[in-house]
Each structure stands twice: as structure tokens, then as C-alpha cells.
Design a protein around this ligand. Structure first.
Ligand code: MG
Length: 397
């Protein structure tokens, strides 16, 4: 960007955890960032506050009723454009901006993120489902339209930072760290009885509810393996996961000479957010500093795939075909929603995911992802399968 001009920012998913923290970073540097668009779901109170504070000229909400209510609440402060649903989301995604923070949760973020990519925007990618469900497709679109793709997930940001200035051919392995989640030290019997509240209680990171549950099952790490595979074009056999309960080492890269680079810091999403926003420079963030002597020790463990089968399901999906990660992701969204609604026990999530992935692998048909319709088809099929499985197993409502 030219010096003296502010970077224009659109935030998709502005009332979620990453969205709010993105706006917090933007607010800390008002001379560097100008917010031009915001999209959120149903938290109209928070969205109205954000609109009053950041004065974007395009805003979108989950549905038309929400858009009307937002307009009424804002009165004279209402922005020029207030849209809703998929159409409103896409309008905001391609609204006048230099950078789009893709921080929606779930598969609904794919379409608007692709629209922003096609409009040539730099993308901050926090919405991991984009790469999970359509990684190959997204890579092709980014290459064709010239924008940047900046990872915001802390692990991928760490890898991205370790890769800076390195030669691709010199990389031998990516090592993603995982906190292990709230049930890391629990035995299988206790995990089987885990409540929603316990599953939401993440030890290190303050996150939304979907990702907190995914962290408890290790599905989150599985989705991040898929994300890493596509973001860094790395074969799955060269991606490892190590459990690191302190969440200080955010991930590592091993090189052909045996050297390993790691990125460290206190767990704070403002770091990866700011790195994406200001890349290739860094922002002077007002965050607590890492004191290694206060941390004292860093532990590392092999993930236990018996207690946490979801991680292996992700590798199985990558090995299967292009559509399988989208299938796994959709099944998982349904299963996590059922768990959050107290309709299934905690191990039901992994069981549902495994059943739907198995059904996909043993069914026949074309599995390549040519376009968004193929992604939507895999996604829809898997959601229906997951609902059916929940009903048939007697677990679902
Ligand atoms: Mg992460």
C-alpha cells in the first residue's frame, strides 16, 4: 500500500472471536487501518456497536429481519449499504477494500472468501473451512487473481513466519502443535461423560464454541492438517502433529539439513492477526511479552488417537480424495451442533464423523472438486448422512 494512505479493511465474521480481535488491532492503529465493511450473523447489539465505532459503509447480517432491525437501531448512523444472507455477505466481501479478514466460522465462509479472492483482495484466512473444503480450488483462484493469502490460524501463521526467506525445496516437514484440549489428561471413560461446559473450557485459548469443541476432540488439529496441506502445498506424509500443552511454540518447520525453526509467543490471536494485516512488516503490538523463565518448561507428547480419533480421520480424508475433507468437515459441523445441543455424548462426535467418512469412501462416484457446486454437493450429502446417522444411532434428537 502507498505510504500515508490507510489500509481499507473488510471483516467477515466481525462479531466472532477473530473478528473482534481484528477490530481491536485496527482500533489500536487508526492511522493505518480504515474499516470499510463488516459482516456478522445474529449478534446485532455487538454489530451495531461496531458500526458506530468504525463507520463502515457496507454491512451485512444473517437475514433480512436482522438487517431491518439493524437499520432501525442505527437510525441516522446506518451505513449506505445494509444487506443480508449469502447475497449481503458477498457484497460486503467484494466491497471497496485492500484486505479482507475471512473470519466466518464454518462452510458458509467459502463463497464470500472466493468472491474476495476473485476481486484480487489480500485475504487474511481465519476461516479454516475455506481450505479444508476447497483447498485445491482456492489455491488455483489465488494464483489466477494475484491477491495474497495470509494465514491467521496461529499454527499456520507460525509456519508462514518460519518459511519467510527460506527456499521451498529446503523444507522437509511441517510440525503443527496442538494444546491437547481440555481432556488431554482424561481417560476414555471420563471423556465419554464430558459435558458441554467442560468441553468448552479450553486451557489456553479464548475461542468460539465450535472451535473449542473441535479443540477438545482434536478435530481442530485434523482440520488444520488439511489446511496446512493446501496452504503450503505439502504432502500429508510430511505434516506431523505434536501435543504441546503450554501453547507457547505455535508450530515448527524442519529443513533438509535437520534444522528446525519454531515461532513462539504467548497465546494471543492478536499476533497472527497483526502479522497478516501488516505483512511483510510487523505492528508494534501492546501485548504481554513471553518470559521463558516464567514459563519454565515446554512439554511435547504424541497425540493419542485412541482417545481422540478425529485427528486420524483428517489424515484418512486427505488420503481418500479431494471431496473427503469437505465431507468430514460437514459431518463434524452437524455432530458438534448436536453435541452443543446436548443431543449426543462427546464420543458421538467422532463416531458420527467416522461413519459419514466411511460411507463416503465406500460409495462410488467422481470425487474431484471442479467448482463450488462440487463442494456444496459433498457438503450437503455429508450433512444429510450425519443427520441420518444421528437418528439411526438413537443419539440424535
Ligand atoms: Mg489453530
Amino acid at each position: 500500500m502507498a505510504s500515508g494512505t490507510r489500509r481499507r479493511l473488510v471483516v467477515l465474521g466481525s462479531t466472532g472471536s477473530v473478528g473482534e480481535q481484528t477490530l481491536a488491532v485496527a482500533a489500536e492503529f487508526p492511522d493505518r487501518f480504515q474499516v470499510t465493511g463488516l459482516a456478522a450473523g445474529r449478534n446485532l447489539t455487538k454489530l451495531a456497536e461496531q458500526v458506530r465505532r468504525f463507520r463502515p459503509d457496507a454491512v451485512s447480517t444473517a437475514d433480512a429481519a436482522g438487517a431491518e432491525e439493524l437499520r432501525a437501531r442505527l437510525g441516522a448512523d446506518a451505513p449506505a449499504f445494509i444487506g443480508s444472507g449469502a447475497e449481503g455477505l458477498e457484497r460486503v466481501a467484494v466491497h471497496d477494500a485492500d484486505f479482507v479478514m475471512a473470519a466466518l466460522v464454518g462452510a458458509l465462509g467459502l463463497q464470500p472468501t472466493l468472491a474476495a479472492i476473485r476481486a484480487g483482495r489480500d485475504i487474511g484466512l481465519a476461516n479454516k473451512e475455506v481450505m479444508v473444503t476447497a483447498g485445491a480450488l482456492v489455491r488455483r483462484e489465488v494464483a489466477a487473481h494475484g491477491g495474497g493469502l495470509l494465514p491467521v490460524d496461529s499454527e499456520h501463521s507460525a509456519i508462514f513466519q518460519c518459511l519467510a526467506g527460506q527456499q521451498r525445496d529446503d523444507v522437509s516437514r511441517l510440525i503443527l502443535t496442538a494444546s491437547g484440549g481440555p481432556f488431554r489428561t482424561w481417560d476414555a471413560a471420563r471423556i465419554a461423560q464430558a459435558t458441554v461446559k467442560q468441553a468448552l473450557n479450553h486451557p489456553n485459548w479464548d475461542m468460539g464454541s465450535k472451535i473449542s469443541i473441535d479443540s477438545a476432540t482434536l478435530m481442530n488439529k485434523g482440520l488444520e492438517v488439511v489446511e496446512a496441506r493446501w496452504l503450503f502445498d505439502m504432502p500429508p506424509k510430511r505434516i506431523d502433529v505434536v501435543v504441546h500443552p503450554q501453547s507457547i511454540v505455535h508450530s515448527l518447520v524442519e529443513f533438509t539439513d535437520g534444522s528446525v525453526l519454531a515461532q513462539l509467543g504467548l497465546p494471543d490471536m492478536r499476533g497472527p492477526i497483526a502479522f497478516a494485516l501488516e505483512y511483510p512488516r510487523r505492528l508494534p503490538l501492546d501485548v504481554p511479552r513471553l518470559d521463558l523463565t516464567a514459563v519454565g518448561r515446554l512439554d511435547f507428547e504424541t497425540p493419542d488417537t485412541k482417545r481422540f480419533p478425529c485427528l486420524e480421520l483428517a489424515f484418512a480424508a486427505l488420503a481418500a480424495d479431494e471431496a473427503a475433507p469437505a465431507v468430514l468437515n460437514a459431518a463434524n459441523e452437524v455432530a458438534v451442533a448436536a453435541f452443543l445441543a446436548s443431543e449426543i455424548p462427546f464420543p458421538g462426535i467422532a463416531a458420527a464423523n467416522a461413519a459419514v467418512l466411511d460411507a463416503h469412501v465406500s460409495s462410488t462416484g467422481d470425487r474431484s472438486l471442479r467448482d463450488l457446486d462440487d463442494v456444496a454437493e459433498a457438503d450437503g450429502w455429508a450433512r444429510a448422512q450425519a443427520q441420518e446417522w444421528l437418528a439411526a444411532s438413537g443419539l440424535g434428537a
